[in-house]
Design a protein around this ligand. Structure first.
Ligand SMILES: *Cc1c(COP(=O)(O)O)cnc(C)c1O
Length: 396
């Protein structure tokens, strides 16, 4: 008898999501009755607003329980197209919109529909953990460009230009950023867009956190930076972060017609449509604007307050420096002065003080922590106290 074959290269080469793993560990410790303060969450701590739930429940009761068109129910695709026109003046046909089972999947479709084996995809680091794995699953090669806190965690035109080779096919740009919260200004994006057009690069513009921005920063839609830019941009967004709908698994992608069509065709073989009745909940989120605005405003007020608190407290801790980033719900403090690897720092912090944080190296940037402030004021306060004690002990 021969032994069964080993797993595929796809299965063996994929790194499972470290953020989901740490979050799962923290949740398991909590479930076991341990007093854990978790800064590891990658999702809002609020529940989905009731009016959205009610719309999905009504859809379920009305029998919206069958397959739907692969790229999404038409009213939702149209509502997504309408909101881009209203919010950014980005006029697209509903046929350019693809609704997918999660924004994560939308990103994968964007890469899979444009990148060939051998192509290079530029990913500024710190990056969202899934981009490199998705690029590899498409047979392409991720090329990392480190943009540390001295650069405000942002890619510059010079860094981008230096990373481009004849094989470069795509740039992945995520603003506001997970894990740093950094937001690019319109001028910064325009300078990057110029280079992308000049070198004929596709841009995966991950705008998942477009509605979670503070201090009056301007939301910018990358595709709207010019006609040549629009032809090369695939915009990914969704409902998970804006409406606290992470478990619903709904994401959106907007692209030039041939790309949108290709994404829909890929999706037709890989997953089919996103959950049918869930799409009716998302439709309510876009249609019932007053309720949506009120729900978002309440969430943003809480995030803004926690962001200020956490930023102030972190910078009070000897050895930690932290930029005040303008978006999402993360801060990304620098802990390199402690002379510990960030993975060791996080492992010891969890063990000794029961504080969960994700090491920067998970995002391609050693020497940092990703702290999510999508958690209660109480946990934040307790967590900061413990982190302060932990750092003081390290400095002894
Ligand atoms: C959360 C997130 C997504 C996708 O989220 P879904 O839950 O799959 O909709 C995409 N990009 C970034 C940067 C994110 O943080």
């Amino acid at each position: 008898m021969s032994t069964p074959h080993p797993l595929s290269v796809w299965a063996r080469n994929v790194s499972p999501s470290p953020t989901l793993a740490i979050d799962a560990k923290a949740k398991a410790m909590l479930a076991a009755g341990e007093d854990v303060c978790s800064f590891a969450a990658g999702e809002p701590d609020f529940d989905t607003p009731d009016f959205i739930k009610d719309a999905a429940i009504a859809a379920l009761k009305a029998g919206k329980t069958k397959y739907a068109p692969t790229p999404g129910i038409e009213p939702l695709r149209q509502a997504v197209a309408d909101r881009y026109a209203t919010e950014y003046g980005y006029k697209v046909a509903s046929s350019q919109v693809v609704v997918s089972p999660g924004g994560k999947y939308s990103c994968y479709l964007a890469i899979l529909s444009t990148c060939n084996p051998g192509d290079e995809v530029i990913i500024p680091a710190p990056y969202w953990v899934s981009y490199p794995e998705m690029v590899k699953l498409a047979g392409a090669t991720p090329v990392f460009v480190l943009c540390d806190d001295r650069a405000g965690f942002k890619l510059t035109p010079a860094l981008l230009a230096a990373a481009i080779t004849p094989k470069t096919k795509m740039l992945v740009l995520n603003s506001p950023s997970n894990p740093t919260g950094a937001i690019y200004t319109r001028a910064e994006l325009a300078a990057i867009a110029d280079i992308c057009v000049q070198h004929n690069l596709y841009v995966l513009a991950d705008e998942m956190y477009e509605h979670l921005i503070y201090d009056g920063h301007e939301p910018v839609n990358f595709a709207m930076l010019g006609a040549e830019v629009e032809k090369r941009t695939i915009t990914v967004a969704g409902f998970s972060k804006t409406y606290s709908m992470t478990g619903w698994r709904l994401g959106t992608l907007v692209a030039p017609a041939p790309i949108a069509k290709a994404c829909a065709e890929l999706q037709s073989q890989m997953s089919s449509n996103a959950t049918t009745f869930a799409q009716y909940g998302a439709l309510a989120a876009l249609k019932e604007k007053d309720k949506a605005v009120a729900a978002l405003a309440a969430m943003k007020t809480a995030f803004a307050r926690r962001r200020q608190y956490l930023h102030t407290e972190l910078n009070r801790i000897p050895g930690i420096t932290c930029l005040l980033s303008g978006g999402a719900f993360y801060l990304f403090p620098n802990i390199s002065s402690f002379g510990l690897k960030d993975t060791d720092f996080c492992a010891r912090l969890l063990e000794q003080e029961k504080v969960a944080a994700v090491p920067g190296s998970a995002f391609g940037a050693e020497g940092y922590l990703r702290l999510s402030y999508a958690t209660s004021d109480e946990i934040l306060r307790k967590g900061v106290e413990r982190l302060t004690r932990f750092c003081a002990a390290l400095k002894k």
